[in-house]
Design a protein around this ligand. Structure first.
Ligand SMILES: Cc1ncc(COP(=O)(O)O)c(C=O)c1O
Length: 492
């Protein structure tokens, strides 16, 4: 499996094994509005600001970021943090405009939802066409064809030869919850094993499985029982694949009788945890251990799936076939639909009525998903992801060496699912969350939306639409470099 690239010091070849453990999806990194007149180099001059699609008359009332921030603070709980204190008005492919008319290049893609870009024409057209027919019946009352067509498509895309079935739900956490339910029903066992640094959602069960306390799990336990944690192979923390497997075996001896474990769930590339790929040997060992003990292997592909890593599913890089796959995010190009794909015999374990939900597999979202998947296929976005990954690796290495020598510790990931990690210095490799935060802030001020990740908040991850043009990506990279230079000066 592809690993890491050392950008700033070729002698540090051991960095190719660097693994960081994870952080947050949307931890707030800024809450104050951009000061007046602080527009960055890429802010269009007022006269060149592209007007709102529907004209200024259609702009939402109360249009300044500062005013909206004030209303937000009064009306929305602070627990719903936002990474950036700017309010979106419209978006197109890899660009977003805020309510003040400023243009931003979007390297965050709505947290890995927009592999096909904002408002992909085919996705919008398919959703509109479905809206003109009907928007909701509830599949459990009156079923409809787009749900079936999407399930068929997912079954055909998932790795492995045997028959498959798919359940559709609405959010990623709901998909993970249902994967656990299905695994328990299929095995008749309660236990679930997840990994340090893993992120699986914000419902109580998925929080129990998520391997990071702050901010997700603080103050709200206890979590459901029969959830166990195994060490993620993290070279950065000195945990090799061998150590991780030993840790799992120890868990079997001390806490989790393998005969009572229903499933092991793992992200093939840690998402919030820092964009660290699971080494191939680890994935193969998990498959072997699962087979040995009758445990089901769940690949959580919610962040890594649908082309982000250059394949439909990140686990394909390892050749391992999981029993269940959880999907969401880029499956539908911005519409809320998620799912569980799995072995037909396992998926059928629960009786009629045991699965579902009022909105699960909403027909508009299903139509959008079918169009997004078609766009990934017909526009060659898997190959584009691989090529983009190479571009980002090369450019980050150049930028790191030139602008932040010895501070860019690692460039890691798979395909276009890439992160760069910042440290205070190479010798201690201490995580530098302050520099990372400053890079994100200066990038925003210059017109680029970034999002951090990693257990220590010291990595910046790339989730740019795979449909972004080379010119927009290069423009974003140049802003990144300028922001990095500014952040280095500010934090020196
Ligand atoms: C790997 C993974 N699993 C589950 C989830 C939860 O998905 P959602 O936020 O749609 O509930 C996420 C969200 O970031 C994720 O990255």
């Amino acid at each position: 499996m592809a690993g890491s690239t050392t950008p700033t010091r070729s002698t540090r070849s051991t960095r190719s094994e660097t693994q960081a453990t994870g952080v947050t999806d949307d931890a707030a990194i800024a809450t104050s509005p951009r000061p007046a007149g602080a527009a960055g180099a890429h802010t269009p001059a007022p006269e060149t600001v592209t007007p709102s699609v529907a004209g200024d008359a259609a702009r939402p009332a109360g249009g300044s970021n500062a005013a909206l921030l004030q209303r937000r603070e009064a009306a929305v709980p602070r627990g719903v943090a936002s990474a950036h204190p700017i309010f979106a008005e419209r978006a197109e492919n890899a660009e977003v405009w805020d309510v003040e008319g400023r243009r931003f290049i979007d390297f965050a893609g709505g947290i890995a939802v927009l592999n096909t870009g904002h408002r992909h024409p085919k996705v919008v057209e398919a959703a509109k066409a479905q809206e003109d027919r009907f928007t909701h019946t509830s599949f459990q009352v009156l079923p409809y064809e787009p749900y079936i067509a999407l399930a068929e498509k997912l079954n055909s895309l998932a790795p492995g030869e045997g028959a498959k079935k798919s359940l559709l739900v609405t959010t990623g956490a709901e998909a993970v919850e249902n994967a656990v339910k299905i695994a328990r029903a299929a095995t008749g066992r309660p236990g679930v094993i997840a990994f340090t640094g893993g992120y699986h959602g914000r419902t109580m069960m998925t929080l129990g499985m998520t391997g990071k306390v702050s901010p997700y799990k603080k103050d709200i336990g206890p979590f459901p029982t029969d959830i166990y944690r195994a060490p993620f192979p993290d070279a950065r923390a000195g945990i090799t694949v061998e150590d991780a497997i030993k840790g799992l075996e120890t868990l079997f001896l001390t806490d989790a009788d393998p005969a009572r474990v229903a499933a092991i769930i793992i992200e093939p590339v840690l998402g919030e945890g820092g964009y660290t790929p699971v080494p191939v040997e680890m994935m193969q060992a998990l498959r072997r251990i699962c087979d040995e003990h009758g445990i089901l292997l769940i690949a959580d592909e919610i962040q890594a799936g649908f082309g982000r890593t250059g394949t439909w599913f990140a686990i394909e890089h390892s050749g391992v076939v999981p029993d269940l796959i959880t999907v969401a995010k880029s499956m539908a190009g911005g519409y809320p639909v998620a799912g569980v794909i799995g072995r037909a015999d396992v998926m059928d374990a629960m009786g009629p009525g045991g699965l579902g939900g009022t909105y699960g597999g909403n027909p508009v979202a299903c139509a959008a998903a079918l169009a997004a998947i078609e766009a990934i296929e017909s526009e060659g976005l898997l190959a584009r992801s691989t090529a983009l990954g190479e571009t980002f690796r090369r450019r980050f290495a150049e930028i790191g060496a030139r602008t932040a020598p010895w501070r860019m510790w690692d460039i890691r990931g798979l395909g276009a699912m890439l992160a760069v990690e910042f440290v205070t210095d190479f010798d201690t490799a201490a995580p530098d969350a302050a520099l990372t935060k400053a890079v994100v802030q200066h990038a925003r001020e210059r017109g680029l939306i970034l999002l951090p990740c990693g257990m220590h908040g010291n990595a910046v991850r790339i989730m740019v639409p795979l449909t972004a043009s080379d010119a927009v990506i290069e423009e974003g990279l140049q802003i990144f470099e300028a922001a990095l230079a500014e952040a280095m000066a500010a934090t020196a």
